[in-house]
Design a protein around this ligand. Structure first.
Ligand code: SAM
Length: 222
């Protein structure tokens, strides 16, 4: 396994966040160095977000682990991810849900759609499909989903995402602009929706119909 020592050290550090064995195993197995630009390869197993170009980042491993933990992912789940970015978070979800499950991931920046698709292919994940679309409206053609993972911060919980969540389903979503907090949203079997605040986070904005309406300043990674 490439970067075996660095991966093991990362997983050992993540244990302090109370992450389940299942999620830790997935973090250990996913080759994060294949999801970052070559210039950041030697930093791939540091627990930090890294630039992936176009003003976007690959989230820090502890954040990915915390979101997967909150989602309580199970083998065979159908999962919607909003914000494919590098494809890393989708790969971690794909590891957990296995080949009987599937990740539908949306990304608004066309270059990152190509980037995430290439990274996922290079890393060997065939149970993830990436779509070029505004994920703030979800992906109604494949709904309903067992789980929804939103990886960009929204002004409020997008109604279409709640609608596309199965009864008994769970969603994690960061909310806010200057001050952001991560929320776990649960749709009970009777359709009642509850949300619980997990705590402060830092994400790029969700931009779209049910997100923010401003543009981020694009830049290309050198
Ligand atoms: N999950 C990503 C990873 O593992 O690399 C993290 C990506 S980054 C924190 C959030 C991503 O959300 C960015 O790539 C951004 O372009 C994307 N994004 C923002 N608004 C979006 C929208 N409405 N629909 C789809 N993607 C969006």
């Amino acid at each position: 396994m490439e970067f075996a020592k660095e991966r093991a050290e990362l997983v050992a550090r993540l244990k302090s966040h109370g992450i389940s064995e299942k999620v830790l195993r997935a973090i250990l197995n996913v080759p994060r160095h294949l999801f970052v630009p070559p210039v950041h390869m030697s930093s791939a197993y540091l627990d930090i977000p890294l630039n992936i170009g176009y003003g976007q980042t690959i989230s820090a491993p502890h954040m990915v682990a915390i979101m997967c933990n909150l989602l309580d992912l199970q083998e065979g789940h159908k999962v919607l991810e909003v914000g494919a970015g590098s494809g890393y978070n989708a790969a971690v979800i794909a590891e957990i849900i296995g080949n009987t499950g599937k990740v539908y991931s949306t990304e608004r920046i066309p270059e990152l759609v190509r980037y995430s698709k290439n990274n996922l292919k290079a890393a060997g994940y065939s149970n993830v499909e990436v779509f070029h679309s505004d994920g703030s409206i979800g992906l109604p053609e494949y709904a309903p989903y067992d789980r929804i993972c939103v990886t960009a911060s929204a002004p409020s919980i997008p109604e279409p995402l709640v609608h596309q969540l199965k009864a008994g389903g769970k969603m994690v979503i960061p909310l806010g602009q200057m001050f952001q907090s991560l929320y776990l949203v649960i749709k009970e079997e009777d359709g009642t929706v509850t949300s619980k605040e997990w705590g402060g986070v830092v994400f790029v904005p969700l931009i779209g119909k049910y997100g923010f309406h401003f543009e981020t300043k694009p830049y290309k990674h050198k």
